[in-house]
Design a binder for this molecule. Sequence first.
Ligand SMILES: Nc1ncnc2c1ncn2[C@@H]1O[C@H](COP(=O)(O)OP(=O)(O)O)[C@@H](O)[C@H]1O
Ligand SMILES: O=C(CO)[C@@H](O)[C@@H](O)COP(=O)(O)O
Length: 554
Amino acid sequence: MTGSDNGAVAIGIDFGTLSGRAVVASVADGRELASAEHVYRHGAIEETLPTSGAKLPRSWALQSPADWRDVLRIAVPKALEAAGVTADRVVGIATDFTACTVLPALADGTPLCELDDLAERPHAWPKLWKHHAAQGQADRINALAAERGEEWLPRYGGKISSEWQFAKGLQLLEEDPEVYGRAERWIEAADWIVWQLCGVETRNNCTAGYKGILQDGKYPSSEFLAALNPEFADFVEKIDFPIAALGDRAGGLTAQAAEWIGLNEGTAVAVGNVDAHVTAASAKAVGPGQIVAIMGTSTCHVVNGENLTEAKGMCGVVRDGIVPGLWGYEAGQSGVGDIFAWWVKNGVPGEYTAEAEKRGISIHQYLTELAENQNVGEHGLVALDWHSGNRSVLVDHDLHGVILGLSLQTKPEEIYRALVEATAFGTRKIVETLVGSGVPIEEFVAAGGLLKNKWLMQTYSDVLRMPITVLTSAQGPALGSAIHAAVAAGVYPDIKAAAEAMGKVERNAYVPDPARADAYDELYAVYDELHDHFGRGGSKALHKLHNIAIEASK
Ligand SMILES: Nc1ncnc2c1ncn2[C@@H]1O[C@H](COP(=O)(O)OP(=O)(O)O)[C@@H](O)[C@H]1O
Ligand SMILES: O=C(CO)[C@@H](O)[C@@H](O)COP(=O)(O)O
């Protein structure tokens, strides 16, 4: 994307699961002058370790810091060039990251996987948000916290996720104590990248709260950690650094980072942020009751509230976690687009792919065309969207997907449709749980890559029985970061004012169809029944299968 403008600009960089995207936006009105993407050379590392070729265990997911630096070196200069913008017009730069994507590092920021003697140790590498191999540690943390009545536990809906800092840190300690001992820092990639940019080590309030169990200024106590494992007692020393507020200036670009990116030394660098939470700014949804669903590989739901409510099964509630001054709630589904991608890759016959190719459309589009005109329920299927586990409201990554109602007549597009519907049901479950717990929801705002599928969006509106506002930027998180950069640079007094000027939305882009919504109520009732049966103890079948698979793959 290219364009031109003569005024001041901000740069937002979104570090995703498979690529990093940079946007150059006008600080006056958020107009995107250009954007560029850099696809990570190593992608999400889920099969083998790049350095040794060793097979990674089930549920592992890693990333490479070299790929993140390449985004700075390649995508940002490309976007600047495409925008025709010179360095002196750039007032600020901000970044957002997936989370909890966390790495062990030395005190100077060197990632342990970049040390010669540790490069072949899987635990020395950054663990990507969707690394789900620490479920055993998460279960122990949750059980002990419940037993001891730890005050922070209800803030996480009664359970922390295996995706988070403490579960992943405990897994590191227990599976590779030497690497654990060498880690002087255990740091979110969101903070690490800011450190690389401005040379200042901070911990942003968002990841510290949602992923690092920082509540009311305190991390879990060393007595609690020692009770999990005596060697874990001092874990907090690896994460306890100055907390920085969202939208603040973390520092100025160092000479080295300025050279990598092609900007001026000293350019304002904003405090780190998470891809989901930062999108509330680009979606002009920073007020109470506006829930933003960032729908892509996974879906995150973020919403502000004026009051503190401890909602069961939510990912977390953090004071100032989305914008300063409000309680930020987060919930999520660990697999959404990833589930569709799984089906497209594994379940669709060659003739479908050939037909899509012939017509020059993606296989997603082709399956959508085949499925979208069916009547609701015609396929006779209901699926559970747990292929990547359940992040809300059950918080259990040992749960896996279910497709019920298959027959000899079932077609690939019908399964695709059932999977899309399952993710919409999962979102409805989250919205209903939040509302039922006392978190008001007045507007549903959608963002992310799945917006391109209009039938999918209409399905969400029908299933939720809510109109949907859409973020009209294709680069929601990166634009959100550019908004934070403008605040850090002092162009706006706060995130709300900057979001109002620079955010991009279309209200009521989708409205529910009453007949389809009624029909979906019936399917949702089946989803609800299966959800509780497999997820809340009616059947242990999914856990048994998970354990059998772990043992069998050893
Ligand atoms: N037309 C489509 N309909 C539904 N899902 C799609 C479509 N095209 C791509 N996807 C899914 O969208 C996901 C990518 O979403 P995107 O927002 O671009 O990525 P990310 O979440 O990593 O930022 C992939 O998981 C892919 O399977
Ligand atoms: O979990 C969070 C945020 O809390 C996300 O970073 C994570 O789900 C990854 O998001 P994407 O699917 O890459 O958009």
